[in-house]
Design a protein around this ligand. Structure first.
Ligand SMILES: NC(=O)C1=CN([C@@H]2O[C@H](COP(=O)(O)OP(=O)(O)OC[C@H]3O[C@@H](n4cnc5c(N)ncnc54)[C@H](O)[C@@H]3O)[C@@H](O)[C@H]2O)C=CC1
Ligand SMILES: O=C(O)C1=N[C@H](C(=O)O)C[C@H](O)C1
Length: 265
């Protein structure tokens, strides 16, 4: 375990409480994982148990010591980590991106053998972004055109962002439910500038030093535009959402996706 994390972990052992939630973190040395460790240590109702990263043995996590695992690793590793926790009967809160329907089906299958366990995946834990996606889904049926631009720090390994993909699917579903026609686009040649097309929605990714996590959903009609934009300037913006999901872990067994599950929208 990282020394700084070990020091933080021993501090939390002094916390007392009737309903302490015992939390272990996977990916604890990462940008998000280290923020989660700090947030859990600061939460009066939580106790940090294990803060693990790539080379650590996940087998030390068990129901004897952990109520909930928070997983922020890399897209290639997340499914394996989640399955390992499900097979140990431990509830999981997942922030890592890269979740396809196929991967989620694998988790659903594993959960059939563990019917009391919950796996909760959130493409984005920031309230501003969750609301932006909610509003975008609500207004999608009123606009002929829709495109998404996500903007992130250049250390991010995946593009487009998991959030942008999730938003695109939601906007596309709202358009489909309203029997909207295809989005107009007379592009004849495209060297890649029109972005990735997700269910008919063009998604563009910007990587720029100085940025953290930002998303714009652009809607257009003849003579008018609506832009819904969310900005996470700092990773602390994700922590209330992570803690909310930890507090709800286990309540609803099975796989759930999206922080809106826990919001009164
Ligand atoms: N849901 C949300 O609100 C948010 C999600 N993310 C996502 O979270 C993930 C992590 O992002 P960052 O913390 O910025 O990345 P990072 O690269 O800073 O951290 C990833 C950590 O995972 C560790 N790791 C790699 N392989 C591992 C394995 N097999 N087992 C355990 N740990 C392993 C790395 O050593 C590293 O410490 C990304 O997929 C990112 O898109 C990021 C911000 C917010
Ligand atoms: O890597 C990041 O930083 C982020 N990743 C998530 C994503 O891909 O949607 C969430 C947020 O955008 C920050």
């Amino acid at each position: 375990m990282h020394n700084a994390i070990r020091r933080e972990a021993s501090k939390t052992e002094q916390k007392q409480g009737d309903k302490m939630i015992h939390v272990s973190v996977i990916g604890a040395q990462g940008r998000m994982g280290s923020h989660v460790v700090a947030a859990v240590n600061a939460a009066q109702d939580m106790q940090l148990v294990h803060a693990l990263d790539r080379d650590d043995d996940l087998n030390i996590i068990s129901t004897d010591n952990t109520d909930v695992v928070v997983e922020f690793s890399v897209p290639d590793a997340s499914l394996k980590n989640v399955l390992a926790m499900v097979n140990k009967n431990v509830n999981v809160v997942v922030g890592t991106t890269g979740w396809t329907e196929e991967k989620m089906d694998t988790v659903r299958e594993a959960l059939e053998e563990h019917p009391n366990i919950s796996v909760f995946i959130a493409p984005n834990f920031a309230i501003s972004t969750v609301l932006a996606e909610h509003f975008a889904t609500q207004v999608a049926k009123y606009f002929e055109s829709a495109e998404i631009i996500e903007l992130h720090h250049p250390d991010k390994v995946d593009a487009p962002s998991g959030t942008a993909l999730h938003t695109a699917h939601k906007v596309a579903a709202a358009r489909k439910a309203a029997n909207m026609p295809e989005i107009p686009d007379n592009t004849q040649t495209d060297g890649g500038s029109r972005g990735q097309v997700v269910e008919g929605i063009h998604v563009h990714a910007v990587r720029l030093r100085g940025l953290n996590a930002h998303e714009e959903v652009l809607f257009g009609n003849a003579g008018e535009q609506l832009v819904i934009r969310a900005d996470s300037f700092d990773r602390t913006s994700f922590m209330p959402g992570v803690l909310l999901a930890v507090r709800h872990a286990g309540e609803k067994p099975g796989l759930s996706v999206g922080l809106d599950n826990y919001l009164d929208l």
